[in-house]
Design a protein around this ligand. Structure first.
Ligand SMILES: [Mn+2]
Length: 477
């Protein structure tokens, strides 16, 4: 089923309401076994202990499986523990919660043990009591225990069990798993693609409905309702719906403002589908037509983003896209009279506020090493040092340049850059730039896509979310 956006140009967003694609085939389950084998080959001594619940570390309102747990098991039942160890007879153990009449009254019948074993392939399926004595013996043996150290609850429980016995130290499972998670397998890409398609569909719906006199939260509701309509469990992170002055706040979240004629609306949003999340940003004119000033800034950011995407291919660096985008943005700002010196690092970093890429996957800021990508950033440098990591096929990264003209931006210059430039230099800059800057106040533009690196170059997973000026204006008409 394809979905045209009624009216305007027809945007075909190929997304189906069909959650059957959330079930893994036996073939796909092999991938999880292969991941565990990879972990075992990296595990010199000790064991991996993970638990499925993740409320503490991710601050979610409903059950959402821990990303490491899911990545290594494919299982997403609550209150379950997984162990991976070098035991030849049972390298993979699951421990599920006790069944009680009460838990079934509240939660329904859990999956039968035989089904769990058949589908997820644990070598042993334990009850809590057996699991507890197993953990006791491990902690007593002094072998290192690898776990998700951000799971403070589990860490505390294990420490309590360990008590004064001494011995086992707790290490971060990220050492064993993160590099695997950086390179996405086809079954992961499929889910990311659907998450992006659902998000694109929802963004297009907001474009159709958006108009002055409506609230940001109405757009949020429409967006997230559409996520749910297509089977996404929840957003992968809190939806940002910032209009007018709020478009200049990078992580605005209240979404309570009444949108006015002449505002921009910046939405940084992502559906989570099968635990993989999209992360797409689009910026649109609330009344359906960009003002001249809005279009100028929008087109500059878009040109920068498009050139940055073109640079994303194997062999190039993660930082190259940021550098390409930054170069175009600085040139554009200089031509507009918003910079007085296109080679000034402090002037550039007044506008370029953050590194333009991050990994995407089970988590919105997904795990993995970046090389020196973040090292070059500072309040006195727009970043993009040449020492970041080389792009490889299978990586998924966002690219999200932006420009934000906050009301008191120029007044903050002395405080931000007082150590990097002398105050007469800053004064001269303010005097020259202020009349131009004024025209763009309350304009915040960010454009973000999700890019899969392939052998041939790249695939833009979020390509169905409209972003050309003409497309947006036609859809909103
Ligand atoms: Mn992002």
């Amino acid at each position: 089923m394809c979905c045209n956006i009624p009216g305007g140009r027809s945007w075909i967003i190929p997304v189906t309401i069909d959650p059957s694609d959330l079930e893994y085939t036996p073939d796909q389950m092999e991938s999880f076994a292969e991941r565990r084998n990879q972990v075992l080959s990296r595990l010199e001594e000790g064991i991996v202990v993970l638990r499925s619940d993740d409320r503490e570390s991710y601050n979610r309102n409903e059950f959402r499986v821990n990303s490491y747990f899911f990545y290594l098991t494919g299982y997403d039942g609550p209150q379950t523990f997984a162990v991976i160890c070098k035991n030849e007879n049972a390298p993979f153990i699951l421990a599920t919660p006790p069944r009680s009449i009460r838990s079934m009254i509240y939660g329904g019948e859990p999956q039968k043990d035989e089904e769990v074993i058949a589908l997820y392939g644990p070598d042993r399926l334990l009850g809590y009591r057996e699991f507890r004595s197993f953990i006791d013996s491990i902690l007593g043996s002094g072998l290192p225990v690898y776990m998700d150290l951000s799971d403070r609850d589990l860490l505390q429980q294990l420490k309590d069990i360990k008590g004064e016995k001494g011995g086992s130290e707790f290490r971060n499972v990220s050492e064993l798993v993160d590099e695997l998670r950086v390179i996405k397998e086809p079954l992961e890409v499929e889910r990311l693609q659907k998450a992006c398609d659902i998000t694109a569909r929802a963004i297009a719906k907001v474009m159709k409905e958006c108009e002055p006199g409506r609230y940001e939260f109405e757009m949020e509701s429409l967006l997230e309702g559409t996520f749910r309509e297509y089977g996404a469990a929840m957003p992968g992170f809190p939806s940002i719906m910032g209009s007018g002055p709020n478009s200049t706040i990078l992580h605005y979240e209240p979404n309570m403002r009444l949108m006015e004629d002449g505002d921009l609306l910046l939405m940084d949003v992502g559906a989570e589908y099968g635990y993989y999340t999209a992360d797409i940003t689009r910026t649109i004119p609330v009344n359906g037509k960009f003002s001249e000033e809005q279009r100028t800034i929008y087109q500059l950011v878009l040109n920068a983003q498009l050139a940055a995407i073109d640079s994303m291919k194997p062999g190039n660096l993660i930082g190259d896209a940021h550098r390409v985008a930054t170069r175009i943005i600085i040139q554009g700002l200089f031509e507009l009279g918003l910079m007085t010196d296109s080679s000034s690092a402090w002037q550039a970093s007044f506008y370029v506020l953050y590194p333009s890429s991050h990994y995407l996957g089970l988590d919105v800021h997904d795990v993995g090493a970046y090389g020196g990508f973040f090292a070059g950033f500072g309040h006195d440098s727009p970043g993009g040092g040449p020492e970041s990591r080389v792009l490889e096929p299978g990586m998924v990264l966002t690219i999200e340049p932006g420009l934000y003209f906050r009301e008191n931006g120029l007044q903050q210059l002395h405080e931000i850059f007082g150590n990097d430039a002398d105050s007469t230099e800053i004064e001269a800059f303010i005097e020259q730039v202020a009349p131009v800057y004024e025209k763009y106040v309350h304009i915040g533009v960010r454009i973000e896509d999700d890019i899969l690196i392939t052998k041939e170059g790249r695939i833009n997973l979020s390509r169905y979310a409209p972003k050309e000026v003409l497309d947006i204006e036609q859809i909103m008409r």
